[in-house]
Design a protein around this ligand. Structure first.
Ligand code: GLN
Length: 567
């Protein structure tokens, strides 16, 4: 902040900090926000500012100077909102109907909350609705068992293999252990482990301790609740779960011969814990952050336990669609039949969705679709970093998008200027794309020639040279005599050429080519349907993920909306 800027008010500073994603309730800035809130709209001097922030200087500096893990937080939030809105249209699936409270839940509800490992938070839609966490409880009951009983003893009773079977199946491993802690049989067993470790305590007290774990994980941003109604209905309809429990008792035997009903009460009570999407997102962020809650700084679970918990979630968190989920999304996640999905992007963030309609595996339809769409746009799949720079041009929000674009363009310009063959190839293909996107709609007018030369100047960092302008003008003249079919042939040829060239193009080259076409397509302030189709064809030819193009289009439309006067 400049020392001569004495007109800044306290609330403006508070707002600026909030724009970085740091919530005004964040403990790390409690003193700063406390003082700023007291001062309200009072103008403050630079000296007063220094005084206000001095005790939390490092954190304030990080928030104000874009040093948090997602630097362009507002842009990221806007992009996420575009995915959120798109997924809302999906009305597929059905509520769970085995107990009234889930059957009667409002199917339209849709919420998404995110929290980064730096505690940047966003929330959209129905994020404050308490719902039973159901199977989302399972990995954490496992983590609790590991912490209390150790790895060796825990795994004497529960396996670590994906089951490939529905979550409520009675199947066991050949050695009679349940497949893993994320299916009912495994979760009943881990509930038994925890129950058996506290012989003096009843199921209610034990559940209370597990709720304390959840409270620590979610930074106690709101109280963890228990739904008596859910618990009673669960118990009434738990024949299959009791069958599983009896089978465990008969086959493997229960840990320390724990009472089967106490074990089941702990299991069913864990399913009946109630939380909100906001709370689950912070819990997921704590897992993403190796067990340290980002918004309280407290180590809730050891990193070793978190590592194992995430591995199990990856292998089995989405039940018998865990394989497809790993293939397509590639992130550790856990769903529950009330409609929650809790997802961890290791070292970056956690998020949770809530939408009650489920697919045939028991996973929230919108939750799963959101994950797919997210990973189609961002390099979050665990193996996205394998692709030698060819991720489909997906974004990494850890880096400022505009800085990266600037850096790539200046690399290209420098290379092309100095005769680099690759840079010149990218430049040629970019120009071809600009031209054919103009020709394809059957008109190449003076205004379009102007838009190409403008886009060229921006991308290449120098004015369009004489030969390009002559080429454009002769195309403009000749084009009038061309049929529409011939014009589309030019475009098809370009697509064919891109499909061949893409083998040699890295993400930077591909992105600059698409960007060139994009700038010409939107130079008149709108991207027509036909232009969107062409951009899609170019993106497809370059193997750029469709989602990335959607982000570009949505970003452009936001810019246009921000510029147009309110109606
Ligand atoms: N209460 C449910 C059961 O025990 C939990 C299952 C789930 O969320 N997938 O079957």
């Amino acid at each position: 902040m400049a020392s001569d800027n004495s007109t800044t008010t306290a609330s403006q500073i508070a707002e600026k900090i909030a724009e970085s994603g740091i919530d005004s309730g964040d403990f790390r800035l409690s003193k700063t926000f406390g003082k700023l809130n007291q001062l309200g709209d009072a103008a403050i001097s630079f000296e007063a500012f220094v005084d206000i922030v001095s005790e939390e200087l490092l954190m304030v500096n990080r928030a104000l100077n874009k040093q948090l893990i997602i630097p362009d937080w507002q842009d990221f939030c806007a992009d996420i909102k575009s995915i959120f809105d798109q997924v809302e249209n999906n009305k597929g699936g059905e509520n769970a109907d085995y107990i009234p409270i889930l059957k009667m839940a409002d199917s339209e509800k849709w919420g998404l909350a995110m929290c980064t490992v730096d505690g940047q938070r966003m929330a959209l839609g129905d994020v404050d609705i308490y719902h039973s966490i159901q199977s989302v409880s399972k990995p954490l009951t496992y983590a609790y068992a590991l912490a209390k009983e150790g790895v060796a003893f825990t795994h004497e009773f529960v396996g670590v293999e994906p089951s490939g079977r529905p979550f409520n199946a009675l199947d066991l491993l050949p050695d009679k252990r349940p497949f893993n802690p994320c299916v009912n049989a495994g979760a009943i067993m881990t509930a038994g482990l925890v129950a058996s470790s506290m012989p003096e305590d009843d199921a209610q007290t034990i559940t209370g301790l597990i709720m304390e774990l959840w409270s620590g994980l979610c930074g106690a941003i709101a109280p963890v609740r228990f739904s008596e109604e859910t618990m009673l209905s669960e118990r009434d309809t738990a024949d299959n779960n009791y069958a599983i429990a009896y089978q465990l008792k008969a086959q493997k035997g229960l840990p320390r011969g724990v009472d089967l009903y106490k074990m089941m009460d702990v299991y069913l009570s864990c399913c009946s814990i109630e939380m909100t999407a906001k709370m689950l997102s912070v819990a997921a962020a704590t897992l993403a952050n190796g067990g340290v809650c980002p918004i309280t700084g407290e180590q809730i679970l050891s990193t070793e336990i978190v590592k194992k918990t995430l591995a199990i979630m990856q292998a089995a968190g989405m039940y018998d669609s865990a394989g497809v989920f790993t293939l397509e999304v590639g992130l550790p996640a856990k769903s529950g039949v009330a409609g929650a999905v809790m997802v961890v992007v290791p070292n970056l963030m956690g998020f949770a969705t809530f939408s009650p309609r489920l697919d045939s595996y028991g996973n929230s339809v919108r939750g799963v679709e959101f994950c797919r769409e997210l990973v189609d746009r961002y390099t979050f799949h665990i193996y996205d970093n394998l692709s030698g720079g060819r991720t489909g041009c997906k974004r990494d929000p850890r880096e400022s998008q505009s800085n990266r674009k600037k850096r790539d363009l200046s690399d290209l310009q420098w290379g092309a200027h100095n005769g680099d063959l690759y840079a010149n190839k990218v430049k040629e293909l970019s120009v071809d794309c600009m031209i054919s996107i103009c020709i394809a709609d059957g008109e190449i007018e003076d205004a379009e020639i102007q838009s190409i030369t403008d886009a060229y100047a921006e991308i290449m960092g120098q004015p369009a040279d004489h030969s390009l302008i002559t080429r454009l003008e002769s195309l403009g003249r000749g084009q009038g005599e061309q049929s529409q079919a011939a014009n589309s042939t030019v475009f098809d040829q370009l697509v064919g050429q891109l499909e061949t060239e893409r083998l040699y193009l890295d993400d930077m080259g591909r992105e600059i080519i698409l960007e060139s076409a994009f700038r010409v397509a939107c130079s008149d302030g709108v991207i027509e349907e036909s232009e969107q189709r062409q951009l899609r064809a170019i993106a497809n030819a370059l193997l750029i993920s469709e989602g990335v193009l959607e982000l570009e289009i949505a970003g452009f439309q936001r810019k246009v909306a921000a510029l147009s006067p309110p109606s």
